[in-house]
Design a protein around this ligand. Structure first.
Ligand SMILES: Nc1ncnc2c1ncn2[C@@H]1O[C@H](COP(=O)(O)OP(=O)(O)OP(=O)(O)O)[C@@H](O)[C@H]1O
Ligand SMILES: [Mg+2]
Length: 505
């Protein structure tokens, strides 16, 4: 299907400015259709044949049923079949008529109004308003809608609607059904719809607004004064306690002079609240990570205090190990809390940003400053969500701690210094992490599957249950030919998340 803009350019031969005028009309004509209780169409003669009109666009009312069950955009009509459109176009004057509808609408009659659509003083098309006449009498509200729609059609013919300037309705801007106040040229309210009354009640205004000005109701009426002064539509939010009402004032012009206007009101408190929630969600997640980290640090402090009172070396050591493990988890939360990159979601972060402070943590725990170990980080792991980065952080901490604890007994002093390399290799599906040192290598009879220390048991458990991955460990063959211990860990980047937490027993 061709879009209204393509049709305007191609079929009607509109230039840039004329197309912009069409776009402006189409941004504000939902209001026109709602007030018209019917359909609104824009037609223009085709370049090929000026006796043929093409429908560039249409809008249906949300307040009444449509006459168009099909999409009329692109329909073509000979001028003799649409005499009202043709007359409006040629005369540049507003035309009205009552016509009998086709066979689809037995006994149906429609009230139609055709207004010349003007751009830069030149008639370039016709805005057509079509409303099926009903057998029942119109309600007072509907009569008011229609009379406002009449006024807007008149303004279209005079070229003063759509309004110039940037006054496109914003997201959440009120529509006709939301609440309507009609005001006279002195800005006094002369009509109020039931929904408008409800919106005023919610703002705490219970007096009858009739004949009052908006400011006399105790509300800031600068949007009305601006709309009248600038002769354009103005949207403003009115706040009272925890209620927010979005208001929109449209002036009515006759021959360029203000002779009244109307105000649409909508209670947007709920909308605003949800918006605020969305904006604060990221901040909230960050804050939670921050607090979790703080809590973990508190736990570490408690364990450290406990360790000081424990007599046995074994007990002290066990507590120190726990402190380190908890610190590793805290680092993951800290990284997530501090990740402000553009694609940050609050739940994932580049794993390098976790690995770097983890390495620092291990370095700080190095006992002997005379035999330093160089830690190297290679490649990029990419962003990992918390459910992956947390177990991976624990695993990496254990592997690095093992290097510190076991790889370099005093006599092992490799040429070029003691080095451990952590390398990441990431593709779309898989992340490969290798840890290799140039130390003494695992014991002769070492079998990873049989490892019984808590460290490697944790590694094993986290890799298989939390990361759904595989791990091999043995005598080295690291990326730089390291001869010590070499660990190769790989896991898929995405797999069905389990709901349960870490399964460590
Ligand atoms: N990088 C390494 N170099 C040499 N040996 C290693 C290395 N990593 C692990 N090992 C060997 O594997 C064994 C098991 O390690 P594991 O981490 O399970 O236990 P641990 O380090 O002895 O105790 P824990 O980690 O519970 O404090 C170690 O005792 C050590 O012999
Ligand atoms: Mg260990």
């Amino acid at each position: 299907m061709t879009s209204p803009i393509d049709l305007a350019r191609q079929a009607a031969g509109f230039d840039k400015e004329q197309v912009a005028r069409v776009q402006r009309l189409m941004r504000s004509w939902g209001l026109l259709a709602d007030l018209a209780l019917g359909d609104v169409l824009l037609l223009a003669p085709t370049v090929k044949d000026p006796e043929t009109y093409v429908v560039l666009g249409n809008v249906r009312a949300s307040t009444a049923p449509t006459l168009y069950t099909h999409d009329p955009v692109g329909d073509r009509h000979r001028s003799e079949n649409r005499p009202l459109v043709d007359t409006a176009f040629r005369s540049g004057q507003l035309q009205t008529d009552v016509v009998t509808l086709g066979p689809h609408f037995p006994d149906g009659k429609a009230d139609i109004v055709a207004a010349p659509f003007v751009c830069d003083g030149e008639v370039i098309g016709v805005v057509l308003r079509e409303r099926r006449l009903s057998n029942r009498d119109l309600l007072k509200l509907e009569q008011t809608y229609l009379s406002l729609s009449d006024r807007l059609m008149q303004m279209i013919a005079e070229g003063s609607f759509p309004f110039p300037g940037k006054n496109d309705p914003q997201y959440g801007a009120p529509r006709v059904g939301d609440g309507l106040l009609v005001i006279d040229e002195e800005r006094r309210i002369i009509f109020q719809s039931p929904n408008a009354m409800s919106a005023l009640h919610r703002l705490g205004i219970h007096r009858n607004p009739n004949r009052s000005r908006v400011d006399e109701l105790g509300l800031d009426d600068s949007f009305v004064r601006t709309a009248f002064a600038m002769k354009t539509s103005v949207v403003q939010e009115v706040d009272r306690r925890d209620v927010t009402v979005s208001t929109r004032c449209l002036p009515l012009l006759r021959h360029g002079e203000i002779d009244g206007g109307f105000i649409l009101l909508r209670d947007v408190s709920e909308l605003k609240r949800r918006d605020r929630l969305l904006v604060s969600k990221d901040a909230t997640i960050r804050e939670i990570h921050h607090r979790v980290k703080n809590n973990l640090q508190t736990i570490s402090s408690l364990l450290r205090l406990q360790a000081r009172r424990v007599q046995s070396e074994e007990g002290k050591f066990a507590l120190a190990e726990s402190v380190r493990r908890i610190a590793a988890i805290a680092i993951v939360h800290e990284t997530l809390a501090n990740d402000f990159s553009d694609d940050a979601s609050g739940d994932d972060a580049p794993f390098e940003d976790v690995a770097r402070p983890l390495i620092r943590l291990i370095e700080e725990g190095l006992q002997d400053p005379d035999s330093p170990i160089r830690f190297e980080l290679q490649g990029e792991a990419g962003r990992l969500p918390l459910i992956r980065s947390m177990p991976l952080a624990v695993v990496l901490t254990e592997l690095l701690q093992n290097v510190v604890d076991h790889a370099f007994p005093d006599h092992v002093r490799p040429e070029g210094g003691r080095v451990v390399t952590v390398a990441f290799e990431s593709n779309d599906d898989e992340l490969v992490v290798t840890v290799s040192d140039n130390g003494q290598g695992p014991p002769e009879d070492f079998d990873f599957a049989d490892a019984s220390g808590l460290g490697l048991t944790l590694v094993q458990t986290f890799v298989t249950t939390e990361l759904n991955g595989t791990i091999t460990m043995g005598k080295g063959n690291g990326p730089e030919g390291q001869t010590g211990t070499f660990t190769d860990l790989r896991f898929p980047k995405t797999w069905e998340d389990r709901v349960a937490g870490p399964a460590v027993d």
